[in-house]
Design a protein around this ligand. Structure first.
Ligand SMILES: Cc1cc2nc3c(=O)[nH]c(=O)nc-3n(C[C@H](O)[C@H](O)[C@H](O)COP(=O)(O)O)c2cc1C
Length: 324
């Protein structure tokens, strides 16, 4: 069956980052056009109802559709996990066959599955069997330069029942370095009938347009460019519709960072939120004046409420500088 993808732009799944607070911010700032995939969820942990993993998979409270991404190596556990995440509110299931992390690969999961198409197929078939939800697969160009098999892998996904696929144009060996190969994404698109999402190095609205034009993909997926910049996704969406976008004011950055940190507190509690907020402070303030000095100061803060006050006073000077 050929599925129509509703979203032209997806926020990429990023473990430790694209959690419920981040998705909420992106939804509020970039709008309902953006598609969401959760952080990866280990099928063994979810089958044993590990509390932390279970919570990552639980998207029932979110007022927008979320695809939950599963990671693992055992088809039976995928089948069990697929049934469970349906009850936890997933609108679709994505299977992680692209993760380059050593611990995950040595457990037979993530990108190493690209070297075993038979096993990968069994996992997809088991997941498809377990649910009526669309099942997608996210994978890479190949495992390494000697094993570039994205095209045959894509065909295998299609034949195994995947509703759509996402291709990151780097090999596992490349990790996140070098440039993403968009030619392989085009080759994949030309080889299957199911929709293809292109991923890798889409950082600006112009990149997004270029990815569509050059590869013919049905949607693009954006990861690192959205860190501290949820507005880039909105700008992409507007650009694709030939609509203008407005520059983001420092006040807007301030309000959004503050809200993001607050959402982190609501979700994780003050202590964990403070730790997590450090990376968001770096990302949101990256291009602002005296950011390095502020970052260094912020990293030493040990009290959540004090952190909020420090963000406020840093931005007060930024905003008055902007008005002058
Ligand atoms: C910190 C980090 C965590 C990631 N976690 C996941 C993950 O859980 N699942 C997944 O499929 N990809 C994961 N990725 C890969 C991204 O989804 C994406 O494929 C990659 O960043 C390339 O896209 P970009 O060039 O737009 O960043 C992660 C990437 C980063 C940087």
């Amino acid at each position: 069956m050929n599925m129509v993808l509703k979203n032209k732009i997806f926020l990429a799944p990023m473990a430790g980052i694209t959690d419920a607070p981040m998705r909420r911010i992106v939804y509020e700032e970039a709008g309902a056009d953006i598609g969401f995939v959760s952080e990866m969820v280990a099928v063994n942990a979810i089958s044993y109802k590990n509390a932390k993993t279970y919570r990552i998979a639980d998207v029932r409270d979110e007022p927008y559709p979320v695809i939950v991404q599963l990671m693992g190596s055992d088809p039976v556990l995928f089948e069990n996990a697929a049934k469970l995440v349906v009850d936890l509110g997933a609108c679709g299931i994505d299977i992680n066959m692209g993760c380059p992390v050593r611990k995950i690969i040595s457990a037979g999961a993530g990108s190493v599955l690209m070297t075993d198409e038979k096993k990968a197929s069994q996992i997809i078939e088991a997941t498809v069997r377990a649910t009526a939800l669309p099942v997608s697969v996210k994978f890479r160009k190949g495992f390494d330069n000697e094993n570039v098999n994205a095209v045959s892998f894509a065909k295998m996904c299609e034949n195994s029942g995947a509703s759509f696929i996402t291709v990151h144009g780097r090999t596992k060996t490349q990790g996140y370095s070098g440039t993403a190969d968009w030619d392989i994404i085009q080759a994949v698109k030309e080889s299957v009938k199911i929709p293809v999402v292109g991923n890798g190095d889409v950082a600006t609205p112009q990149d997004a347009q270029k990815m569509f034009n050059q590869t013919g993909v049905d949607a693009v997926m954006v990861g690192r460019a959205a860190l501290g910049n949820p507005w880039v996704l909105k700008d992409m969406s507007l650009f694709l519709k030939h609509e203008p976008s407005a520059p983001v004011s420092i006040k807007k950055i301030y309000q959004t960072l503050l809200r993001h940190v607050q959402y982190l507190k609501d979700y994780y509690g003050a202590k964990i939120a403070l730790g997590l907020s450090r990376k968001y402070v770096c990302w949101y303030c990256k291009k602002l004046f005296d950011a390095k000095k502020f970052r260094e100061k912020y990293m030493k803060i040990t009290d959540f409420d004090f952190a909020l006050k420090e963000i406020e006073s840093y931005f007060q000077t930024q905003i008055s500088g902007e008005i002058k």
